[in-house]
Ligand binder design. Structure first.
Ligand SMILES: [Zn+2]
Length: 315
């Protein structure tokens, strides 16, 4: 059995693990991400790999690193990490090889998570699966014919920036009307606040969950309220889910997947989000009678990126 190490680099923490060929994590270590990023972060990643190697029952030669942002087509250089200082344009493959004497591959975090879910989570048995991660943004990863689709320049799968609305909400990417402006965490909160503004007399129970203001509400408050049957919270999930289904309809036209896997914080609301998405997909689907993909929740949670990138390193 070939073991591999996966490292998931987040804005505040580094998760590392030894992963076997069944996607099982045999050991894991967590460290803080140094705020200054750059060389300090590269050094800490190398330390993390060495510590995991020392714990491994057999020698390890395969290491993968996942992080948010564009990665070069040769899987070596971080092009534009949004949450990490001092890594733009850094050839991590080279820098880590100098420190560790090993080849390391770098992969976009959503791509890595898509591979993890496809191989070891909800995607088992699928051949054409798309992962959508609904968190502070909307990340995507595409598996076609059992392979991770990376595009000509390594940047495929940025599905959150498909444009759904002409002249819509301004997005962090600089465009307007992107999918993630309608169906990620901030959109859920916006839909809830719009509901509160329209019917403040119905918002009393919901607002009590936070600090009493619409601005103080979080996604966790909305999920808990939806589970208790709160109408405003349920409505916010319905609207967000319907936008999700509409975006998926466009994805289906482009890729004809058999499976759509939803992960990220919003999926904790389960069918409150997914049922409206399924309904909206059926209504919005082009070509009636064409088979539609199943829409299912992810299974691996925060481990998907680590497990996925370790396995990609082993490919
Ligand atoms: Zn955008």
């Amino acid at each position: 059995m070939t073991l591999a190490i996966g490292i998931d680099v987040g804005g505040t923490k580094l998760l590392g693990g030894i992963v076997d060929e069944d996607g099982k994590i045999l050991a894991r270590i967590r460290k803080d991400t140094p705020k200054e990023g750059g060389t300090a972060l590269t050094d800490r990643v190398a330390d993390l790999v060495r510590e995991l190697m020392a714990q491994s029952p057999s020698p390890i030669t395969k290491v993968g690193l996942s992080a948010a942002g564009f990665v070069s087509a040769d899987r070596q250089t971080m092009l534009a990490p949004p949450n990490i200082a001092g890594w733009t344009g850094v050839n991590l493959g080279k820098e880590l090889k100098e420190r560790l004497g090993l080849d390391v591959i770098v992969e976009n975090d959503a791509n890595a998570a898509a591979w993890g879910e496809y191989k070891f989570g909800s995607g088992k048995g699928s051949t054409h699966a798309i992962l959508l991660i609904l968190g502070t943004g909307l990340g995507g990863g595409i598996i076609l014919n059992g392979e991770l689709y990376r595009g000509a320049y390594g940047t495929a799968g940025e599905l959150g920036h498909m444009r759904l609305v002409i002249d819509g909400q301004l997005c962090g990417c600089g465009a307007r009307g992107c999918f993630e402006q309608y169906s990620a965490g901030p959109a859920l909160l916006r839909h809830a606040r719009e509901g509160i503004a329209a019917a403040p007399e119905r918002a009393f129970d919901l607002l009590k969950r936070g600090d009493g203001t619409a601005a103080g509400l979080t996604g966790a408050h909305l999920t808990a309220a939806a589970k208790d049957g709160d109408r405003l919270a349920l409505s916010a999930f319905t609207i967000t889910g319907e936008w999700l289904g509409l975006g998926i309809a466009s994805i289906v036209v482009a890729f004809d997947p058999d499976l759509i896997i939803i992960s990220g914080g919003l999926v904790e609301a389960g069918d409150f989000l997914l049922e409206p998405a399924r309904g909206a997909l059926e209504r919005a689907a082009s070509f009636s009678g064409h088979p539609l993909p199943r829409i299912v929740p992810a299974q691996l949670g925060n481990d998907a990126g680590l497990v996925g990138v370790a396995d990609l390193a082993r490919q």
